[in-house]
Design a protein around this ligand. Sequence first.
Ligand code: TEU
Ligand code: CA
Length: 540
Amino acid sequence: MSFKEKVIYQIYPKSFLDTNQDGVGDLQGIKNKIPYLKQLGVDMLWLNPIYPSPQKDNGYDVADYTAIHPMFGTMKDFDELVDIAKSNGIDLMLDMVFNHVSTEHEWFQKALAGEKKYQDYFILRDEPTDWLSKFGGNAWAPFGETGRYYLHLFEQTQADLNWRNPAVREELFDVLRFWMNKGVKGFRFDVINLIGKDEVLKNCSENDGKPAYTDRAIVHDYIKMMNQASFGDDKDIITVGEMSSTTPENCILYTSPDREELTMTFNFHHLKVDYQDGKKWTKMPFDFAALKETFHDFGTKMSDKNGWNALFWNNHDQPRALNRFVDAKNYRVAGAKMLASAIHLNRGTPYIYMGEEIGMLDPNFDSMTQYADVETANAYQELLDLGKSEEKAFEIVKSKARDNSRTPMQWDDTEFSGFTEGTPWLALGKSSKEINVAKELSEGSIFNYYQRLIQLRKEYPVIARGSYEAFLPEHPQIYGYIRRFEDRSLLVVNNFYSQKTSIELPEEFQQGEVLIANYDNCLLGEKINLEPYQSIAIYC
Ligand code: TEU
Ligand code: CA
């Protein structure tokens, strides 16, 4: 089976299942739930970082790339997880954070202690540029007492690595080979389009400095080198690059098979449609026209030029899509299925973020003390500094905080929802009594719907391999597309609103077959009516 038929499930290990009651999820917890994941039908598990780390950014501040953080378990646990998963037809994808390391990593410590060799591992300058850190403030911090500065595009304790140095590249390629030898079959590369920095770094007032270090031409060379030095030898390995503020043109270059870079890319344009003036820390209803434009733009360009998208609504950095794009209070179930259809029938490889398959919601916290994420704390402070009231700042933060998706997985309706019997590291969502796996499996229908979507991708080549074209791009409520493969076609229409609507059905689909829909009794004809959040896929 190729990556086109597969579906990947993302696990945030800290919040999946705690088996030693210390309040933090662990590898044993993932092992225990392999039967559940097999039942769902997913092919690969992407785990967020599980390496030793001071956890300033929940593991994205790596202190050792080839070991396991003791809070998650041991290397033996990891090896067992690989085996158990594999014997159930599931592979593992690890998160490779190669743009930066924790300042506690031995490379940074040796650099600080004066070792020239390791100083060349980092980006040190006498004068900082005006670039802003993605977590607030200037992107440079004093490098010890040297009078120089090191670059940190993210948190201060995440020091950017100097990819211009061949020794750095070799170290990182070794890391990939280490995990490949352990049977790992997938790699997710964190902010990989930021690794290529120019030799001379220049001020850049536009967009917080992003153009100065994003998607530079050299990044493609580095990725190709990485491919040739490691995973390029194993055609079963799946790679996905997380692309910050990228373009379809670059994503085509990153993923065209003949260029031998990556299998697919994540981009975030569709999840910025509720950013006012492009700023994350604002609160705004989503802009449906913008959402469709980005889907159609990436969809058609990647289809025409043989690129490949990673398809997703949720991840560990995003509030739950149900809270952003659906009136979840009234239409949670229909809305969850509609969102699922919109990406699972699309061109690309779908990702499911833990809890999505049971329709989990944002936790609905009521106080800042419930949030753990460093980005949220910084953003809240910045909003106050800008003169916002505490209530207003909290309202904004609540709509965008990354912890919204990081709360513990809701397994059952017990006090800590079966996640732990200890004290969970992050509070549970308020709806855990009503929305949990036990309840979903006994009386819900979202999980089954996901199961069916996953199977359909494996059964119908038009889903895995078809081309992509926009359908009714101007319709005020419908996001639709047509997929075509050989002589078969699939039309997918999704009503993104709680108002009913209708469309005229193109003739070729009027006699078609309904492949999957989230309402019963869909009558096909010249015209079809769509209920609130209705989704329907017609095959002919
Ligand atoms: O995220 C990169 C990234 O740019 C974001 O999605 C980021 O969280 C957001 O822009 C902040 O507003 C990746 C990881 O997914 C994230 O968890 C890490 O914190 C980050 O890289 C640094 O490693
Ligand atoms: Ca634990």
